[in-house]
Design a protein around this ligand. Structure first.
Ligand SMILES: *Cc1c(COP(=O)(O)O)cnc(C)c1O
Length: 424
């Protein structure tokens, strides 16, 4: 029998799932086409740069002339059509990567403008929006001002206000967050980012355009650096690490800006030149090699979760047929119990720590308590099936990842089973 595993699930789940597999066929084929294109892009770049077994030999100490590390950075730059890239396991998270771009490029007296509303929670302390983070060395401590322009009611960039703000406050850098973060809204498409950057550059050519690319890599045919972004940043325990990279982050973009970020990571004068790769190069290469496929599978999981949630009557974002710019599926549960049940079900269906019970708790960098279902091989990895949520109205879960559709879907069905058992 096909889908034999379904027998353990509620009859409604079984029916929705079977219909879903049929209804989503065409959409999944489109995703496969994007995956195929991105895989070939990665493979060709590996061949062009002649990746060799010896590139996986690590360096120690200062890590000068680490050929594998240097080549990997050239490959990232090539794939993202950027002048240069910084790809390091020493970048500890997405927040750290973004922080390197901000602190690396901005100077006292400069102004930063977020064109996509308030950024992701962990960036609030980086910018200095949280009163509690005084004297932690935020941008505010260095006299770098911050502004944001709220998105329009249809989740589009308010380009008129952005342009006005740039001229009024002499903005040095405009930042775009591609993914939705903990906001129940559409993510920002590359088309929209491209148009916004084009308008900004035509009027203010000196303004630096930065994109937080977390969760966006390989979801579309292009990356933000191919459509005008000066510099982008992301995490290697999300899309770009393919579930294989054990830790790390990257930046890609104009050579000058990548070097500035590198000088912030290491020290002025050292920049990209040092950084021992130890034995980690192969994992970063292999992660990049798998990244397009893993991302494609994650997008399918997101769509399946959205489809089932909609069948159960929950509001979702994005809608099933909407163009996607990231791997995140938001589901509005409307109450605490349902949200927690769903997250706990996801954990039950995960590969590691399936017997752990995630409960909401404080987390560094976040204002609200957060529940995080994350049963991955890599701690906290959210390219593996994971579901997290701030505990606040309207109780929205943000689901993402799944190293393969087959594994991810099971956890998703477990999420709905838990919901059925406890709440509906
Ligand atoms: C995950 C994420 C971040 C922060 O990355 P961490 O690795 O959790 O520090 C920043 N921005 C967006 C849009 C994200 O999704």
């Amino acid at each position: 029998m096909s889908h034999f595993f379904l027998t353990e699930f509620d009859k409604r789940i079984q029916n929705f799932y079977i219909n879903g597999r049929e209804d989503l066929k065409e959409l999944f084929e489109k995703i496969d086409e994007t995956t195929e294109s991105n895989c070939i892009k990665v493979l060709k770049s590996f061949q062009k740069h002649n990746v060799m077994i010896s590139d996986f030999n690590g360096t120690t100490g200062y890590g000068y002339d680490d050929l594998g590390r240097i080549k990997l950075e050239s490959i990232f730059a090539d794939i993202f059509n950027a002048e240069d890239a910084l790809v390091r396991w020493q970048i500890m998270s997405g927040t750290h990567a973004i922080s390197l771009a901000l602190f690396g490029i901005l100077r006292p007296g400069d102004s930063l403008l977020y064109a996509t509303g308030k950024p992701y929670d962990t960036l609030h302390s980086v910018i200095g929006l949280n009163k509690t983070s005084k004297n932690e060395g935020s941008l505010a401590d260095f006299n770098i001002s911050y502004y944001d322009i709220e998105l329009l009611p249809d989740s589009k960039i308010d380009i008129t206000s952005v342009l006005n703000k740039i001229s009024k406050d002499k903005i040095k850098m405009v930042a775009f967050q591609r993914s939705k973060g903990y906001q129940f809204r559409n993510s920002i498409s590359l088309t929209e980012i491209r148009l916004a950057i084009k308008e900004i550059k035509s009027k203010f050519p000196a303004v630096i355009c930065f994109v937080d690319n977390c969760y966006g890599e390989f979801v579309n045919y292009q990356e933000p650096t191919e459509i005008g972004a000066d510099i982008i940043a992301g995490s290697l325990i999300k899309n770009a690490g393919g579930g294989i990279a054990p830790t790390g982050g990257y930046l890609a973009g104009k050579k000058e800006y990548v070097e500035m970020a590198a000088c912030r990571l290491t020290a002025p004068g050292l920049g990209k030149k040092i950084g021992a790769s130890l034995g980690i190069n192969r994992l970063l290469y292999q992660g990049l090699y798998f990244a397009p496929s893993v991302t494609g599978e994650a997008v399918k999981n997101a769509i399946l979760a959205g489809y089932l949630a909609k069948k159960f009557g929950y509001e979702i974002s994005p809608l099933i047929e909407e163009e996607r710019s990231d791997i995140v599926q938001a589901i509005k549960f409307g109450n605490n119990e349902a949200l927690i049940a769903f997250c706990q079900g996801i954990q039950k269906g995960s590969q590691i720590d399936s017997s752990a019970l995630p409960i909401p708790a404080e987390m560094a960098g976040y204002d609200n308590n957060i529940i995080m279902a994350s049963g991955g091989f890599i701690e906290g990895s959210s390219i593996e099936i994971s579901c997290d949520a701030p505990i606040k109205e309207p109780f929205v879960a943000y689901l993402q990842g799944g190293l393969s559709f087959n594994y991810g879907q099971y956890a998703i069905l477990k999420g709905f089973q838990e919901l059925v058992d406890r709440c509906i």
